[in-house]
Ligand binder design. Structure first.
Ligand SMILES: Cc1ncc(COP(=O)(O)O)c(C=O)c1O
Length: 484
């Protein structure tokens, strides 16, 4: 064991204590010691490390050993190296014990996130900046003056017409522009449908009431939002064919993700699609179709919108949050005729949510073909990432089954019962942020729990993806033969 205090107070005003111990080479021990010092917060972000020569002399190791260790930690993102400012602790390296639990006990959020594999957001580096700018410019040039006055709560006619045509072509939706109401995204649509006023700026009315059946695994944010509106949600169990719609009873509405169950990943079986529409007809109920990532399908035949089975019984809700960016805040509701009036009343007299100028830009993006081009490009990119994920798991963690990969921007890695919590912790320990399936489970469901990791493969930028996969594979629980 080599132990040393490196005094470099003259240069940076602090001491660095490093303890080189444990198995392996001195280089490996030094990497471990430095990582631990950053992890624990002893070395704060921005701290300048001693030059190779002085650290090497102090530890009694070769200068190259220190250089190699620094280079490795720079590659991993723990340190940064810049000409003239030396090697420093990276600004993003926060102490690991700063990993915090959010509201739910099973959820951990690593602040020291080096690789963000949480589901939810598309690759922000893929936003079609030039195309959006061109559309915005065209839209502004062509806009009549009335565009700059108060907006129509239904949304701009240009966008509703563009969406009616696009959704018919790309998702098989049967509708017309006057059945489409623009909103700021899926969450806003839920607020409008169940809360009436939409949380402010709206004009009252309440198109739908609970109780609302939901899938036993789903986005907790949506359940919480509904609870805040006073809507009781009733969990429907899931099996390999999707939601058990045969369990629907006296609810007035059901919320489903038919194209790609969120988060477990499969499509709703064709018989169940028909069955849920029959149920809605028989009970005078309504189906809410969350079409959150319908554009991103890879291997299987496209699954069209459930809405096409009965446009008078299904409300389709979509947004650009996955296809473009959640920052744009634009979405749409495709409504049965009988709900249009109530939804417009809920929105109020003027558009208070969705920027009219953004609406015009999106309309142009769609009509000009740029939206299709962008979606096709991103589909290729995500498919490639999905393939890399599957290949990396086959090579490094063949004991782990990966599911839900035929579509969407995330996959589920199935784990043996009782291992999810420790697997999430292990990933966070390695600087990989992701969620376990438990995070998405409805608190009232009695269906058996599934252990698994939800891996979003869209969020890292292109250049960071390979490193993210490598770190993920290194953090996964070992198989039986590997463990023994
Ligand atoms: C299951 C699910 N539904 C809907 C959405 C879209 O939400 P919003 O349009 O409010 O951004 C998301 C996230 O993008 C989602 O994960």
């Amino acid at each position: 064991m080599v132990e040393s205090w490196v005094n470099y107070a003259e240069r940076i005003g602090s001491d660095l204590h490093l303890e080189l111990s444990g198995p392996g080479s001195k280089r490996a021990a030094l990497i471990r010691a430095l990582r631990e010092a950053v992890h624990s917060g002893r070395l704060a972000p921005g701290t300048r490390l001693p030059p190779y020569r002085s650290l090497a002399a102090d530890l009694g190791v070769a200068r190259n050993t220190v250089a190699d260790a620094y280079a490795e930690l720079v590659a991993e993102g723990w340190l940064t190296a810049r000409q003239g400012s030396g090697t420093r602790v990276a600004e993003r390296s926060r102490p690991l014990h700063a990993a915090v639990r959010t509201r739910r006990p099973a959820t951990y959020r690593a602040r020291a996130t080096r690789h963000d594999l949480r589901q939810g957001t598309p690759d922000a580096s893929g936003f079609p900046r030039s195309a959006w700018l061109a559309s915005y410019r065209r839209a502004l040039h062509q806009a009549p003056n009335e565009v700059f006055g108060p907006g129509d709560p239904a949304g701009r006619p240009e966008l509703r017409a563009a969406l009616a045509a696009y959704l018919a072509r790309a998702r098989g939706v049967r509708t017309q522009p006057d059945r489409i109401v623009i909103c700021s995204g899926f969450a806003h649509a839920l607020r409008l449908l169940f809360g009436g006023g939409g949380g402010g700026g709206g004009g009252g009315g309440q198109p739908l009431r609970g109780p609302l059946a939901v899938e036993a695994y789903g986005l907790p944010f949506h359940r919480e939002l509904l609870a805040a509106e006073g809507v009781r949600t009733v969990p429907l169990p899931l099996d390999e064919h999707g939601a058990r719609v045969d369990r629907l009873t006296r609810e007035r509405a059901v919320l489903l993700t038919p194209a790609h169950q969120f988060p477990t990943g499969g499509p709703l079986h064709a018989e169940r699609r028909a069955a849920v529409v029959d149920w809605a007809r028989a009970r005078g109920a309504v189906v809410l179709e969350d079409d959150y990532d319908g554009e991103f399908r890879y291997d299987r035949k496209p699954v069209g919108a459930l809405q096409s089975l009965d446009p008078e019984r299904v409300i389709l809700i979509g947004s650009v949050s996955k296809s473009l960016s959640p920052a744009v805040r634009l979405g749409w509701m495709v409504l049965p005729e009988r709900y249009v009036g109530d939804v417009l009343a809920a929105k109020g007299e003027r558009e208070a949510w969705a920027s009219v100028l953004d609406q015009l830009a999106l309309a142009d993006l769609i009509v000009s073909g740029s939206y299709d081009r962008h979606v096709r490009q991103m589909r290729q990119r995500y498919r490639r990432r999905r393939d890399l994920l599957v290949a990396a798991l086959a090579e490094h963690a063949p004991h782990i089954e990966v599911t839900g990969v035929a579509a969407g921007l995330h996959a589920v890695l199935r784990l043996p019962p009782g291992t999810e919590r420790s697997a999430v912790k292990a990933a966070i320990w390695q600087g990989v942020a992701l969620d376990g399936l438990a995070e998405f489970r409805h608190p009232d469901t009695d269906m058996p729990a599934h252990d698994g990791l939800v891996v979003g493969y869209a969020t890292p930028s292109e250049h960071a993806y390979a490193a993210a996969l490598e770190t993920l594979c290194g953090a996964l629980p070992p198989g039986e033969t590997q463990a023994s």
